[in-house]
Design a protein around this ligand. Structure first.
Ligand SMILES: [Zn+2]
Length: 695
């Protein structure tokens, strides 16, 4: 995991490459009308700065007009602003660019530091928290920056002088752009949307409501009964949908055939949730016994919580009234409110693909379909069937029996590590050695270690990068009273990978505006490169070919599973845009139809059960606004990066070369890093090789 600092969060939410010369006027914004004033200004500025600036002048005026509202000033104010702020020659433009880069680094960097301090006692294990810490942790010093930048007209200076560009333009022309052009693109991305506060508020409310709905969606497992009234699951087990249910299902593989009944029951519970035939009374309720197969409910005959069962209690069997889809619909309606204010990414779908991922939707869809439809699926399924000794069932999309890390003596490693790292400071002191062990030069290792602080985490650990080049990254790690154990070390090495990426991609990138990597999948992939070497750092043998093959098949199967979920998520958002007046029940019917269609095409031939709706269970689909396609792409990117590092055999140099490219588009970044755009090929090649190794 990586904790994003303020800049990536803000940039991620607001990046908006828009189509340069054809920026349409956002509906609902009043502004000084273009026309005679614009024509006069164009003429005047061309006369002053020459015909060579004509295209820049016209584009700048149009971009400024697009976002200028009546409240920003009248015609005279607009004219005076343009005359004063247009940088009419290369020298003035360079000076303006440098000034902006300087102040933005300062703003985002310091806002990040303030946020880090406000969260200091919440994030770090430094003794009891005060009641005020919860309030402090919610404070965001940069929250109103974009709004303020428009009010103060800073944003208009950027829009007047630097070109907006669409994803399409970046994909077509980006390879020949200069670094400065890329930095300008990131600069103007910041101000490519002007979403009113009330729209952001509506978005936050819908998303908060969805979070709360999902966060309380628990199933009390001891109250699931079969036809004979027998309880299948242990007392006190309260599982959150879908994560805990899925993990419980996975854990039952260890039991072999004895776990089948539990797995089938969990699948039935999930289907009931997706189809909303689940009785409303059983959600997060330890007072009701439920047979998911027949849907019969009764007052619980055993007490499994602090809540006593009331005498004469008769629970209703009425189904949940499509609340799941009402919540999703409300998220869609809130997201859609931003459309008119986001001129060239005018739907949430476009913002998600073109701005967030910066990969066109058609390409992402193709990648997901390639993974789901690969002939390798059947071959890997055969391996799984042989191991299970039975035909696959739908829930086997969560098969977890590949064993990449078998044979680890964790107790021995715990003892070794506790002696080596009794405190976070001991880990910090050893960091130069660890980095040398990974393959960085002594000079690089010392430098990186000097740029990474190590703090005691309250949670399992995270990496917090800096946002200002003079600031340091922070590695938050969990060290128990008796020292660091192997789990803690494994996570610390992963987080250190984030910190090293964060340091290279902030300090060693030529433009501050280009700091970072294209998206979180890249930073995760780079962190996993470190994590995969953790045993080597302890002087233990690295995983052999067989273990690596197991890992490849495991990742392939996970990609196969989550790619279908991503396809469903995307199709559902299209359906909502096509049916904006739909009722929750109509949305439910659509989700069921889409889930079945994707299932029947890619999963039924392998796992059976035509018309299965299991792909609709992910909670992210309800509250994460089209996030699900990222998981599959993340797996693909990880394989591409790992493959390149294996190929060069030089982890340190290759890692640094990749991490200092800056925030280009994912495809361009990957082409420069590995020679190929983002895609599933590396994953599929590794899977083919793994099948051969295990044969
Ligand atoms: Zn991570």
């Amino acid at each position: 995991m990586k904790r994003l600092g303020l800049v990536p969060l803000i940039l991620f939410a607001l990046v908006s490459p828009t189509a340069g010369a054809q920026v349409p006027r956002p509906a609902g914004q009043s502004s000084a009308e273009p026309g005679p004033v614009t024509a006069r200004l164009t003429q005047e500025l061309v006369a002053q700065y020459g015909e060579g600036q004509s295209a820049r002048i016209q584009r700048g005026l149009q971009q400024t007009r697009t976002f200028w509202r009546a409240a920003d000033g009248d015609e005279r104010t607009f004219e005076a602003f343009v005359r004063a702020q247009f940088a009419g020659d290369a020298k003035a433009l360079d000076a303006l660019f440098q000034r902006l880069e300087f102040v933005l680094e300062s703003h985002f960097g310091h806002a990040h530091e303030i946020g880090r301090d406000f969260r200091w006692h919440t994030d770090l294990d430094l003794g009891p928290m005060l009641p005020i810490d919860e309030l402090l942790s919610g404070y965001d010093a940069g929250a109103h920056f974009i709004e303020d930048a428009f009010t103060s007209k800073l944003a208009f200076v950027v829009l007047l002088n630097f070109p907006l560009s669409s994803l399409e333009e970046r994909l077509q022309g980006g390879e020949t752009w200069t670094r400065r052009q890329w930095a300008e693109a990131r600069l103007v991305d910041l101000f490519a949307k002007r979403i009113p506060a009330e729209v952001n508020q509506a978005f936050a409310e819908a998303s908060g409501q969805a979070e709360r709905y999902i966060a309380s969606y628990n199933i009390w497992m001891h109250h699931l009964v079969d036809a004979k009234g027998q309880r299948l699951f242990e007392p006190k087990k309260r599982l959150l949908s879908h994560w805990n249910l899925r993990d419980e299902l996975k854990s039952r593989y260890a039991q072999g055939p004895a776990g089948l009944v539990h797995q089938r029951t969990i699948q039935k519970v999930m289907e009931r949730i997706v189809t909303q035939t689940i009785p409303a009374a059983v959600i997060d309720n330890p007072l009701v016994d439920w047979n998911p197969l027949t849907n019969e409910v009764k007052a619980a005959s055993v007490q499994d919580s602090d809540r006593p069962i009331p005498a004469g209690f008769k629970p209703s069997a009425a189904p949940e009234p499509d609340t799941r889809y009402k919540v999703l619909l409300d998220c869609f309606l809130a997201a859609r409110q931003a459309d008119p204010f986001s001129p060239t990414a005018p739907t949430h779908i476009a913002r998600s693909f073109d701005e967030g991922r910066q990969l066109p939707e058609v390409r992402v869809k193709q990648m997901l379909e390639t993974a789901c439809g690969s002939p390798l699926v059947k071959q890997v399924a055969q391996v799984i069937e042989r191991r299970l000794g039975r035909k696959l069932e739908p829930f086997d999309i969560w098969f977890n029996g590949f064993r990449p890390g078998a044979g680890l003596d964790e107790a021995k490693l715990d003892a070794l590590l506790k002696a080596k790292y009794p405190t976070p400071a001991a880990y910090k002191a050893d960091m130069p050695n660890l980095l040398r062990g990974l393959g960085f030069s002594p000079e690089r290792s010392a430098w990186l270690a000097s740029r990474i602080e190590v703090d005691p985490a309250r949670g399992s650990g995270h990496a917090m990068g800096a946002q200002r080049r003079a600031d340091n990254a922070h590695l938050r790690t969990r060290v128990g009273r008796d020292g660091m154990d192997y789990k803690g070390f494994n996570i610390a090495v992963h987080e250190m990978g984030h910190n090293v990426e964060q340091t290279f991609s902030l300090v060693n990138v030529d433009h501050w505006l280009l700091n970072g990597v294209p998206n979180t999948a890249f930073t995760e992939a780079l962190a996993f490169v470190f994590q995969a070497q953790d045993l080597k750092l302890l002087g233990q043998p690295l995983p052999d070919q067989k273990a690596l093959a197991e890992k490849a098949l495991n990742d392939f199967w996970m990609t196969y599973e989550i790619a279908g979920v991503g396809l469903v998520d995307t199709a559902v958002w299209h359906w909502m845009y096509d049916h904006p007046a739909a009722t929750p029940t109509q949305l439910k019917e659509a989700v069921l139809a889409i889930s079945k269609e994707v299932w029947n095409r890619y999963y039924a031939p392998v796992l059976g059960q035509k018309d299965c709706v299991l792909l609709g269970i992910y909670s992210h689909m309800i509250h994460s606004f089209l996030y699900l396609p990222d998981y599959s792409i993340g797996h693909m990117i990880a394989f591409q990066i790992e493959h390149e590092i294996d190929k060069t055999g030089k982890l340190g140099e290759t890692f640094e070369r990749m991490a200092t490219q800056g925030r280009l588009t994912p495809d361009l970044w990957m082409k420069k890093a590995t020679g190929r755009p983002v895609g599933p090929e590396a994953l599929l090649e590794a899977t083919t090789k793994a099948l051969a190794t295990l044969r």
